[in-house]
Write a protein that binds this ligand. Sequence first.
Ligand SMILES: NC(=O)C1=CN([C@@H]2O[C@H](COP(=O)(O)OP(=O)(O)OC[C@H]3O[C@@H](n4cnc5c(N)ncnc54)[C@H](OP(=O)(O)O)[C@@H]3O)[C@@H](O)[C@H]2O)C=CC1
Ligand SMILES: O=C(O)CCC(=O)C(=O)O
Ligand SMILES: [Mg+2]
Length: 473
Amino acid sequence: MYEKITPPTVGSRITFKDGKPIVPDDPIIPFIRGDGTGVDIWPATEKVINAAVEKAYGGQRKINWFKVYAGDEACEVYGTYQYLPEDTLNAIKEYGIAIKGPLTTPIGGGIRSLNVALRQINDLYACVRPCRYYSGTPSPHKTPEKLDVIIYRENTEDIYLGIEWREGTEIAQKLIDILNQDLIPATPEHGSKQIRLDSGIGIKPVSKTGSQRLIRRAIERALTLPKPKQTVTLVHKGNIMKYTEGAFRDWGYELATTEFRAECITERESWILSNKEKNPDLSIEDNARMVDPGYDALTAEKKQEVCQEVEGVLNAIWETHGKGQWKDKVMVNDRIADSIFQQIQTRPDEYSILATMNLNGDYISDAAAAIVGGLGMGPGANIGDTCAVFEATHGTAPKHAGLDRINPGSVILSGVMMLEFMGWQEAADLIKKGIGDAIANRQVTYDLARLMEPRVDTPLKCSEFAQAIIDHF
Ligand SMILES: NC(=O)C1=CN([C@@H]2O[C@H](COP(=O)(O)OP(=O)(O)OC[C@H]3O[C@@H](n4cnc5c(N)ncnc54)[C@H](OP(=O)(O)O)[C@@H]3O)[C@@H](O)[C@H]2O)C=CC1
Ligand SMILES: O=C(O)CCC(=O)C(=O)O
Ligand SMILES: [Mg+2]
């Protein structure tokens, strides 16, 4: 079945049932070392995970690692331009759970992202990136501990589908002509807009299916969190991109108020209910006025719409969600993308789960990681219904490659997410304790060392940090 790789001779497959993994005690797990700093980070990660599993289960459980290839290493083994061999894709499919280091993507021309390809080919539609603070980690922020969010980023569509045409090509010209001559004039809301002839063209598809399956996972996750963290914020730029980003928001609310009706309350619904709770005699119109501060300036038609909304909410959920019952539900709200970048800095504790489209989630996950200690502390998972691939938020950090200095924390924490996903909580907890204690003891790599106060003058190497984590189990 495989051309150039051989699975371990011992071990069993992880399978999936109803989107959840069924994990044997001796799973075979494929790993991709990664380009650039992958050469430093992967050995450190493997060592920490193995030590945690050994300590937690005393030999009763063991991961059988299966080396598979992608990126530069794959080209060495499989030949020029063989960046993502079939062997690798087959192994990930067969064994269900995999973990990877970062892979290089050239800018401008060249191959499209292997990282994105792995997500799309395996339909790993939920990119899950938690950002929480480990005590003692240096941060540019005054109160980094207040940020504790999990980003649920749609992982398969949006502009990451990669359908675009270079400026000046025949197809780009043809598309621009069709748009300028036929489609734009046929759409009154676009007025006399025209696309410049020397434009490159990219397509941004955002589907209801893709949006709702991601938001479904975000709400399901919120239901597992302690009460104060049961909030899902739909992040979008729907004021500008109404039928893609705006639709993402609308489909999110639709899902929350249908499939999760008993468990969810939207922010606007909570205002309507609490207005009536505070003043049971409040008229529908006065309630509408409180919900929509610009109410009195609205047209009669718009006013009627808001009143209908208020009446509809009270009729539909007053019995089930009113009289304070809504406070026990998952709060679903939405924020415009640019605003969320400042909100996670100025009011971090108001947020918990951020459900985002692909590009917004890419940006926000680096920004949120910066608050809690930088890209050395940003783990992630790409989850689908039959497969999951764990990887850090950061890239290959090429200038640090091979120097045994980079922080392996993000891939190690991605390993923690993998162990938790597998239900191996005891091993995951050991690693979290090890990382926390190493940082608290100021045993850190260069990136954290330079920010610590007082500064740590002799940072640990990547491999030494891994050993320090193990020493603190
Ligand atoms: N999932 C993936 O595999 C991803 C791959 N990429 C790819 O990686 C390549 C390089 O991308 P680039 O834009 O340089 O972004 P990177 O995330 O690779 O690195 C940018 C900077 O972030 C800091 N950083 C990154 N990783 C760590 C870490 N583990 N520990 C401490 N600091 C870290 C370093 O800052 P400093 O030097 O200041 O310490 C580094 O120079 C590109 O080809 C890109 O496409 C990018 C993102 C994700
Ligand atoms: O694939 C890449 O090169 C970049 C991907 C990325 O930035 C991300 O997934 O966060
Ligand atoms: Mg990114």
